[in-house]
Design a protein around this ligand. Structure first.
Ligand SMILES: Cc1cc2nc3c(=O)[nH]c(=O)nc-3n(C[C@H](O)[C@H](O)[C@H](O)COP(=O)(O)OP(=O)(O)OC[C@H]3O[C@@H](n4cnc5c(N)ncnc54)[C@H](O)[C@@H]3O)c2cc1C
Length: 389
């Protein structure tokens, strides 16, 4: 059994804590938040604000084939982790997602689709059968195997399922070094391992920056949307993610700014107008929440894992945290010999294969789990991008 201190109770920190506690280690987690609950005020963990899209195919467009490989591995791990978190009910679905375009925007959509060879074009009646709530005149493409998870439920479940962890709230960590976490209070915590998962809070120790994202939560009982959909539009691209039969998330802006102030009128109008153009019944939806947060991103917009004796780091999850965290946590804890996430999730282990596309990882990356559609090659950075998760 090792003594482990984790700095940061966001997505990466909670997943590490749960896996390590289940493996029998003595785990302390320090976080500045007052408790484990979401605030929706731009503070605490970005993970609470996320839409929870699990989109390895669509995210290739920005992250490349390696992000897709981690994404497929994470999808397989989430499928085992969600049942392991019971009795908590964590929404999780792998029924695919849809790319959509209005007829007038087909040209712009085709340029993006060229980067996503796994997308399968749908006939109009097939699209209507899959998603009757959509306006009938759309073009649609299916991204098979993609999914979604309920971020708030998953974040809460990870804490509830690890009562043996010493969760320390109102406890910011000032700096970390091998075997030592210095708290802002002046207290020093010594351990066999320190794990730094502070996200944006790791700045300036890491060159991490915040990328602002804004998202709207709507309520419309019986909205009918079954799976995540993304609109391909030259200016106003948007996604809708069903959370429950009543609730949907509409997101998200992506702004190079560390401004945590409330959602702007421009973003709110653009997101909701685009969403209404896809699902006309949303005209009667009620706005439950306008939320914003900062995605923790490294200069190359790729995640990093770091491993040295006594110190592990995971950061730079940017717009893909829910998509990538299980695969990266699996690799990080396995490399340090601390835990086997796949065993806890009852998912077969993957044979590690060398890859060249990791950002700054100091350890080998997992190989891709076979996706249901072929992975494309890297793309040109000059092409239009999908709306951000
Ligand atoms: C609008 C929006 C939509 C998104 N949608 C998606 C999506 O659909 N799919 C997807 O995969 N990803 C999505 N993301 C990205 C995802 O939320 C992030 O990648 C993920 O939350 C990063 O996880 P993390 O644990 O690294 O950081 P966080 O979740 O931000 O957690 C960091 C934690 O560190 C704590 N901390 C900060 N400073 C300190 C300190 N000094 N000491 C100790 N603890 C500290 C914080 O309080 C926080 O709890 C979205 C993000 C946004 C903003």
């Amino acid at each position: 059994m090792a003594r482990i201190v984790i700095a940061g109770a966001g997505l990466a920190g909670r997943l590490c804590a749960w896996a390590l506690a289940r493996t029998g280690h003595a785990v302390t987690v320090c976080d500045p938040s007052p408790d484990a609950q979401p605030r929706f005020d731009g503070t605490g963990a970005a993970a609470f604000t996320a839409a929870g899209m699990l989109s390895p195919l669509a995210e290739q467009e920005q992250g490349g084939a390696q992000v897709a490989a981690w994404g497929w591995r994470s999808l397989a791990l989430w499928a085992g982790l969600v049942p392991a978190l019971r009795p908590a009910e964590v929404p999780f679905q792998r029924d695919g997602s849809l790319l959509l375009a209005h007829r007038s925007d087909l040209g712009a959509a085709q340029r993006i689709l060229a980067l996503i060879p796994g997308a399968r074009a749908l006939e109009a009646d097939a699209l209507q059968t899959l998603e009757p709530a959509l306006v009938p005149s759309l073009h649609g493409w299916l991204l098979p195997g993609e999914g979604r998870i309920g971020p708030v439920a998953a974040m809460q479940a990870l804490v509830q399922a690890a009562p043996e962890v010493d969760w320390r709230w109102l406890c910011p960590v000032q700096s970390v070094s091998p075997g030592l976490a210095r708290l802002t209070s002046g207290e020093q915590l010594r351990a066999d391992w320190i794990i730094d998962t502070r996200g944006l809070g790791a700045s300036p120790n890491l060159p991490v920056r915040g990328v602002r994202g804004e998202i709207v939560t709507l309520s419309l009982p019986g909205h009918g949307l079954q799976r995540p959909v993304r609109l391909l539009h030259p200016r106003h691209r948007v996604y809708l993610v069903p959370r429950t039969a009543q609730e949907l998330a509409v997101g998200a802006s992506e702004i190079e700014s560390e401004d945590r102030s409330p959602v702007s009128l421009r973003s709110a109008v653009e997101l909701m107008a685009a969403a209404h153009s896809l699902v006309p019944a949303l005209a009667e939806a009620r706005i439950l929440r306008l939320d914003r947060h900062l995605r923790p991103a490294l200069p190359d917009n790729l995640p990093m894992t770091h491993h040295e004796p006594g110190l592990l780091r995971l950061n730079g999850l940017y717009r893909h945290g829910w998509l990538l965290a299980p695969a990266l946590v699996e690799q990080l804890l396995q490399t340090a010999g601390l835990a086997a996430l796949h065993a806890l999730a009852d998912v077969p282990m993957e044979a590690p294969t060398p890859t060249s596309a990791s950002a700054s990882a100091s350890t080998p990356m997992p190989s891709p789990t076979s996706p249901p559609a072929p992975l494309p090659s890297q793309h040109s950075p000059s092409t239009p991008s999908l709306q951000a998760p």
